[in-house]
Design a protein around this ligand. Structure first.
Ligand code: DGL
Length: 275
């Protein structure tokens, strides 16, 4: 039965596990197949064309595994490739940008919203456009924070260097009187404490996992895609680079053990066509 098929979820690497974690807690009876393109991470400094190409390859791999829907956990892929994937793929495709936008627009009172993300996500202006569609008079302030990804991957979550870097990145945003800050990157929820301390209690943080959770609940309901199985499934994890590194860093992300990690090679060719 279609509703008992797995849910495919991909990210440029390990960070998408922050999204997976929230979704697994929300849907314990769903089976997830996670793909982390760890050999080609980071996507956040790559071009629009390359990000689309990689995202399509990731999606194709998961489709071949027979998934019933595709969750794009990566903000950078969602910013650049979501409409492409939604048009091309025969299953529902859901990304993190739209959900983050919706949640931020719901939370903000003063309509002053900050967005932090990778350079490619910020350059795409996808969050900005989405917010303006819902709240045309909102003020959106964006900042690329490229060093956050390697700092998190290094496990330097509470390191003083990370705090210093965060203070530098966030100093302009702090002056903008924002009341909501979108953590527009899979890795940033791990820095929630430090970002929250710097921005202060009056600024609400929106992370991808929590925002997409709402949308996925609604989408599964609407399309009648919720699995009827009532036993907790073991999920599968595929990576394009080292299994060992995914396991060791991934277990920090999940704060728990990861089983069933397999290495794969994504040799699907794809030609980018200009629209
Ligand atoms: N997963 C990416 C994102 O959410 C961060 C890492 C990268 O640059 O690939 O934007």
């Amino acid at each position: 039965m279609k509703k008992n098929l797995p849910i495919g979820i991909f990210d440029s690497g390990i960070g998408g596990l922050t999204v997976y974690k929230v979704l697994k807690e929300t849907f314990p009876y769903e089976k997830f197949i996670y793909l982390g393109d760890t050999a080609r991470v980071p996507y956040g400094i790559k071009s629009h064309e390359t990000i689309i190409q990689y995202s399509v390859q990731n999606g194709n791999f998961l489709l071949k595994k027979g998934v019933k829907m595709l969750v794009v956990a990566c903000n950078t892929s969602s910013a650049h490739a979501i409409s492409h994937l939604a048009d091309e793929f025969p299953v529902p495709v859901i990304g993190v940008i739209k959900s983050g936008v919706k949640m931020a627009c719901k939370i903000t009172k003063n309509k002053r919203i900050g967005v932090i993300g990778t350079p490619s996500t910020i350059d795409s202006k996808a969050y900005q456009r989405g917010i303006k569609e819902i709240l045309p008079d909102a003020n959106v302030f964006s900042k690329a924070c490229p060093l956050f990804v390697p700092l998190v991957e290094e496990g330097w979550i509470h390191h003083k260097i990370t705090r210093e870097v965060a203070e530098i990145y966030l100093s302009d945003l702090k002056k903008k009187n924002i009341d909501t800050l979108i953590l527009g990157c899979t890795h940033y929820p791990l820095l929630k404490d430090v970002i929250g301390e710097i921005m202060g209690n009056d600024v609400k943080l929106v992370s991808s996992g929590e925002s997409i959770r709402e949308d996925l609940i609604n989408l599964m309901e609407l399309l009648d895609l919720k699995s009827e199985d009532k036993e907790i499934k073991e999920d599968l994890f595929y990576v394009t680079d080292s299994v060992d590194r995914f396991k060791s860093v991934g277990e920090i992300f999940l704060n728990g053990k990861i089983k069933n990690i397999y290495h794969i090679d994504l040799k699907v060719t794809f030609e980018f066509k200009e629209e």
